[in-house]
Design a protein around this ligand. Structure first.
Ligand code: PLP
Length: 380
């Protein structure tokens, strides 16, 4: 099989699997228990918190573990707006992951005015629009760092400069950025930042929210005192330990990984563009995660391509895993100005740590043939 859907999820790194396995076998204690069984687990969680914090250049007290990137996004937005209920305006981009986009829609349903920053044809947000709508009534700005469908990297530092001028905090969804570009909270200047373990070769069902020291945030669920009172519920201890290990490995090797992965992705991109006649690249030529390749294949339906590739055991995606199967056309591609036809013919290839040169050669041998075959079928 050739797995080219690393933006949907990554295979667990064997070192993470090993660590999680031995943790589960040896540690069943509740980290809130005061006797040694609990204490031991608590200290392993603290270690993991330090590892996640180190990957971001943050302090361990600034990391809140959650059940997912989605929960981290929800906690960031809903937890922050509760601290300033008198402010009723929220700003986000028009190309966010559903974890932020649907939360924005929820706020609209609760009387908030939400501004969606438009993007240009390459998928970069319009900062002038931000300047025109931000005000002292804005409670929060949330702009993703790297887009999951097209990989575009947003000018989050610029967003922070503009927002902080008005005293408005900034959240960024960095779920797709961690491990692919340098993600440091101080150079970005953000106040809140979301992560997910399963995008960085860690276990599924574990996320984290960075909360800058001194920022007021309220919990959105109510219960115990876990996670500094911000996320009640007995911790997903194995998931957290695995996330820590995944971050330890990232710190050690992400740059080496990146260089290798980018070369593979470049080879895939140029090979596909050479071998397939009608193919249109979607995304910014430079300001993007290079391992993410999004192409439209005019005249074909993305689902037909995806299924045909799957029969050859080549696994790709039509975009966001969350909207896959829903029949919805990508809001990201539509926001960039693609026609519904172009947008519904788009396929995302995403390369990761465990892809090899052979994977890319196999994809290059089979994908063009499959696409051309589908074109012949639909032309007949
Ligand atoms: N944000 C982005 C940009 C994502 O790509 C994803 C997952 O695809 C999420 C948030 C949600 O993360 P999780 O799957 O951990 O809920």
């Amino acid at each position: 099989m050739v797995y080219l859907d690393n933006n949907a999820t990554t295979p667990i790194d064997p070192r993470v699997a090993e660590k999680v396995g031995s943790f589960i076998r040896g540690n069943f204690g509740n980290p809130s228990s005061l006797y040694p069984l609990g204490r031991e687990v608590k200290s392993l969680i603290t270690e993991a918190r330090e590892e996640v914090a180190a990957a971001l250049g943050a302090r361990r007290q600034e990391i809140i573990f959650t059940s997912s990137g989605t929960e981290a996004d929800n906690l960031a937005i809903l937890g922050l707006i509760e601290t300033q209920p008198e402010k009723r305006e929220f700003i986000t981009s028009s190309i966010e992951h559903p974890a932020v986009q649907k939360t924005a829609r929820y706020l609209e349903g609760h009387g908030y005015t939400v501004y969606y920053l438009p993007v240009d044809q390459d998928g970069i947000i319009n900062l002038d629009f931000l300047k025109s709508v931000i005000s002292s009534n804005t409670v929060l700005v949330s702009v993703m760092l790297a887009n999951n469908e097209i990989g575009t990297i947003q000018p989050v530092e610029e967003v922070v400069k503009i927002a902080h001028h008005y005293g408005v905090p900034v959240h960024t969804d960095a779920v797709q950025a961690l491990g692919k570009i340098d993600v440091k909270v101080d150079s970005l200047g953000v106040d809140l930042l979301s992560l997910s373990a399963h995008k960085v070769y860690g276990p599924k069902g574990t996320g984290a929210l960075y909360v800058r020291k001194g920022l007021d945030l309220k919990p959105v669920m109510h219960g115990g005192h876990q996670e500094f009172g911000l996320r009640p519920g007995t911790e997903n201890t194995a998931g957290i330990v695995g996330f820590g290990e995944a971050c330890r490995i990232l710190i050690e090797q992400w740059k080496k990984d990146r260089d290798r992965i980018e070369k593979l992705a470049y080879r895939l991109k140029s090979g596909l563009e050479k071998k397939i006649k009608e193919i249109k690249f979607n995304g910014h030529p430079i300001k993007r995660i290079k391992s993410t390749l999004n192409f439209s294949f005019p005249g074909l339906a993305a689902e037909a391509i995806l299924l045909a590739l799957a029969t050859a055991e080549i696994y790709v995606s039509t975009g966001s895993a969350c909207s896959e199967g829903s029949g919805e056309i990508s809001h990201v591609l539509l926001a960039m100005g693609l026609s519904p036809e172009e947008a519904s013919s788009a396929i995302r290839f995403s390369v990761g740590r465990f892809n090899t040169e052979e994977d890319i050669e196999q994809a290059l041998a089979e994908v063009p043939e499959i696409i051309n075959g589908l074109r012949r079928t639909f032309a007949d």
